[in-house]
Design a binder for this molecule. Structure first.
Ligand SMILES: *[C@@H]1O[C@H](CO)[C@@H](O)[C@H](O)[C@H]1NC(C)=O
Length: 104
């Protein structure tokens, strides 16, 4: 079971993750139409800077997974390319079956 949006999850709250990634949502729902919005890359960079430890990255992963699952029409392929497009190396790939505990 993933942490709740209200309760947060460890050092990183899901609220933080959601507000950082919210600008990316139209992009990944519309198959990349319009290009990556600048605020989306800013959000990904700030999450990268915030989630440094393994538990933080696992928390962030759980939040991202829960967020993606709650929105219809997410293109996971594009979602996984986003960090690279923003110059960030993501420690995890998001899919409906991602096991966040496997992240180091
Ligand atoms: C992502 O985080 C790592 C580790 O803290 C850092 O070295 C790297 O510069 C960050 N990447 C960006 C694009 O901010």
């Amino acid at each position: 079971m993933w942490c709740g949006f209200v309760l947060g999850c460890g050092a990183i709250s899901c609220g933080q993750v959601i507000s950082a990634l919210a600008p990316c949502i139209p992009y990944v729902r519309n198959n990349g139409a319009g290009g990556v919005p600048a605020p989306c890359c800013n959000g990904i960079r700030s999450l990268n800077a915030t989630a440094k430890s393994t538990p933080e990255r696992q928390s962030a992963c759980n939040c991202v997974k829960a967020l993606a699952a709650s929105i219809s029409g997410i293109n996971y392929d594009l979602t996984n390319k986003l960090p690279g497009m923003c110059g960030v190396h993501s420690p995890f790939k998001i899919s409906p079956s991602t096991n966040s505990k496997s992240i180091k």
